[in-house]
Design a protein around this ligand. Structure first.
Ligand code: ATP
Ligand code: MG
Length: 273
């Protein structure tokens, strides 16, 4: 049975699609998993542009309106099965059917990754309800952190607590909120600290997931470590880290707990509720 992972945020542009595309590619290409990647950003889909699917024949919109069977909307790219969105769809869509539609594919995959919409309505609920585990993407600034708190609250209300924060676009830690402050404010463990990496600009321009465009970039290495925790294998440590016998960082400890299933069974307390 597939593990369904929702990548969410109530803020646009934080990196949900970038991370979803790279995570899916890494799970397949590095960890040999069978992965389905779904665009659930129904109003502004663009996962196809990260996965080199420029004019999809059938889309998640066709599936949800009943115009296409789900199998016919699958496009295989970089070893990953992708259900892209329609760039031109107009009309009504029952997005809450997503859970039911992907259920049919559960036995065919190890992972189903859902790239969420940032819109705080049924669009984000569609991902929340369809997922087994939710990860919220946040950047290390106060406006985004306040959105992450709202996402955590909504997820908890829906009985789907967030399993971890993916802290993205870390640039200048001197002027950014640190891991400890973020964990204290949200009550959610940070499971990846992803640097701002200019390889993303080139990868997006070429419509290639960043982890394939630049496998050894700092961005890709952090995605690989997060993917290892989801798969349940030991993450690769840098040679320097091993030689120096460096202490484990907090996010590494969090990933270890994630790997052991700790966060799946815990309802994390968020005092906001
Ligand atoms: N770690 C990173 N380093 C540098 N650039 C990044 C990083 N992560 C994402 N980006 C860039 O940020 C921009 C927005 O990323 P992305 O489209 O993935 O965000 P999103 O959260 O999916 O946005 P939306 O809510 O609009 O769907 C893109 O140009 C992407 O290349
Ligand atoms: Mg997106």
């Amino acid at each position: 049975m597939a593990k369904v992972i929702g990548i969410i945020a109530i803020k646009g542009g934080v990196g949900k699609t970038t991370i979803s595309a790279s995570l899916a590619s890494t799970l397949h290409n590095e960890y040999k998993k069978k992965v389905l990647l779904v665009d659930a950003n129904y109003s502004a889909p663009n996962l196809g542009l990260h996965m080199d699917i420029v004019s999809p024949n059938k889309t998640i919109h066709d599936v949800l309106t009943g115009k296409a069977r789900i199998w016919s909307a699958i496009h295989t790219k970089f070893g990953v099965d992708v259900i892209p969105g329609s760039y031109t769809f107009q009309g009504n869509l029952n997005v809450l059917k997503l859970k039911d539609r992907i259920k049919k594919l559960n036995s065919s995959y190890d992972f189903i990754i859902i790239d969420s919409s940032p819109t705080l309505n049924e669009e984000i609920l569609s991902t929340m309800l369809a997922s087994d585990n939710l990860f919220v993407v946040s950047t290390p600034d106060y406006p985004t952190l306040s959105c992450s708190l709202r996402a955590a609250k909504l997820a908890k209300q829906r009985g789907k607590p967030i399993s971890g924060i993916l802290l993205n676009k870390i640039r200048n830690p001197k002027y950014e909120i640190n891991l400890k402050e973020i964990e204290e404010a949200t009550g959610i463990p940070v499971v990846a600290k992803i640097p701002d990496d200019k390889n993303n600009v080139a990868a997006l321009f070429m419509r290639i997931p960043t982890t394939i465009y630049s496998k050894n970039s700092r961005f890709s290495k952090e995605i690989s470590k997060f993917a290892a925790a989801l798969v349940g294998v030991k993450e690769r440590r840098s040679l320097l880290g091993m030689l120096l016998g460096a202490n484990f960082k907090k996010e590494q400890v969090n990933r270890q707990l994630l790997k052991e299933g700790f966060y799946n069974s815990q309802i994390l307390n968020n005092d906001e509720s």
